[in-house]
Ligand binder design. Structure first.
Ligand SMILES: Cc1cc2nc3c(=O)[nH]c(=O)nc-3n(C[C@H](O)[C@H](O)[C@H](O)COP(=O)(O)OP(=O)(O)OC[C@H]3O[C@@H](n4cnc5c(N)ncnc54)[C@H](O)[C@@H]3O)c2cc1C
Length: 355
């Protein structure tokens, strides 16, 4: 069924809680509905949203917003049956509709005792966007579990699919985000390869410490999910309580020379033994936490009109009053970028998509 409306209020459809409308709004609940939509005729621009948890609407949307309510979670192949030679004995392939809340899928997998997405528990948004964004947390990215992404190509008006290699996944990046085809493919459903084999991934952040003293063989997807949800609650604002889009900036990946300049600036302030947090990537480039840079510039917890830098995690800009205007969020963003650039010479780039 296709549900069309005009000047639809999007306040509850974006986690920043920007009070904006979509001039033309279309919601559909079956993949077949997409064929009924004449994409050539739709008022432009056209934007397909999920849960709106990585978006910052800077104004009312003058074109068409689409939203999927395709909602199913279905085991399509179980390696234990031995019937499909392409599926490993421990593997379980699960097809998930684009409109499924991604965390509902994580909860389902944990309940079924299936491994693979437990570390991604608690990330807001829907399954379709998880494959666009290559969401990641606690050492796991969506690409590690995605097998195939099924789409509707709005240019050719046909159904197509991308195997994981064709999705060209990178850090919060995919083929679907490339400027030449962005917006062309609507994700209809995603096939994830989960596993019955216990595979706890604890090598990230404080995860191993959280299970200290526990026999690793006693861990389950459910116990890891619960722990991760607890850690996330401590660090990140709950969207229903305080609006945000999670990490506002990407962690900069810089060359060794730029990193040395940052170390010099930090040691001039904190002393010669000061260690700048960083992570050396396989290609020799260095990832520096943007949160550290923002905190070093004194932004942690600071307010600017209705917007603020979250006091528990400076990578997050929040709609502090619940009444923040987009201009206040963008103004704060610009001031943070300018001060990080002035102090360290590094330019931060937003992870959040400005609409
Ligand atoms: C409190 C908080 C914590 C967060 N923590 C994390 C985290 O730990 N890790 C992480 O990676 N992200 C995190 N995020 C960001 C966000 O949850 C992810 O980017 C998520 O994938 C966005 O999903 P969404 O459904 O809300 O997509 P939206 O924000 O609505 O859209 C994101 C992009 O996907 C496109 N899109 C959406 N649905 C479809 C579709 N069906 N077909 C084609 N394109 C589509 C949109 O056009 C847009 O380009 C966090 C956000 C918040 C608010």
């Amino acid at each position: 069924m296709i549900d069309k409306s005009y000047y639809r209020d999007l306040t509850k459809m974006n986690t920043f809680r920007m009070k904006v409308t979509a001039r033309n709004f279309i919601e559909y609940d079956s993949v077949a509905d997409l064929v009924e939509i004449d994409f050539e005729e739709l008022p432009r621009p056209v934007l397909h949203i999920g849960g709106g948890s990585n978006l910052l609407f800077t104004d009312d949307f003058k074109g068409t917003v689409l939203h999927s309510k395709v909602n199913f979670i279905e085991i399509i192949s179980d390696g234990a049956s031995g019937e499909n030679p392409g599926v490993l004995p421990d593997e379980v392939l699960v097809s998930v509709g684009a409109g499924v809340v991604f965390d509902d899928f994580c909860a389902w997998a944990a309940k079924e005792g299936l491994w693979g997405v437990e570390n991604l528990s608690g990330i807001p948004g829907e399954a379709g966007a998880s494959a666009v964004q290559n969401i990641g947390a606690y050492g796991v990215e969506a690409k590690d579990v995605i097998r195939t992404v099924y789409c509707y190509d709005t240019a050719e008006e046909e159904f197509v699919n991308f195997d994981v290699a064709e999705c060209r996944y990178g850090y919060r990046d995919s083929v679907f985000k490339q400027p030449d085809i962005k917006g062309r493919h609507i994700v209809t459903h995603v096939v994830f390869a989960l596993s019955r084999r216990p595979e706890p991934k604890l090598d990230y952040g404080h995860l191993r410490a959280a299970f200290a003293g526990q026999d690793e063989s006693s861990l389950t997807p459910l116990s890891i999910r619960k722990t991760i949800m607890g850690i996330r609650r401590e660090k990140l604002p709950e969207p229903s309580v305080m609006g945000s889009a999670g990490s506002f900036f990407k962690n900069p990946i810089i060359a060794a020379g730029e990193f040395e300049r940052i170390v010099a600036a930090a040691r001039a302030e904190h002393g010669d033994s000061y260690e700048v947090p960083h992570y050396v990537l396989p290609d020799g480039m260095i990832k520096v936490p943007a949160a550290w840079m923002i905190e070093q510039c004194g932004w942690k917890g600071r307010r600017s009109g209705g917007a603020a830098v979250y006091d528990k995690q400076p990578l997050v800009i929040v709609n502090y009053t619940g009444e923040a205007y987009p201009e206040e969020i963008v103004g704060l963003e610009k001031r943070i970028i300018a001060s990080v650039r002035e102090k360290f010479g590094t330019v931060l780039h937003p992870e959040v998509e400005h609409i």
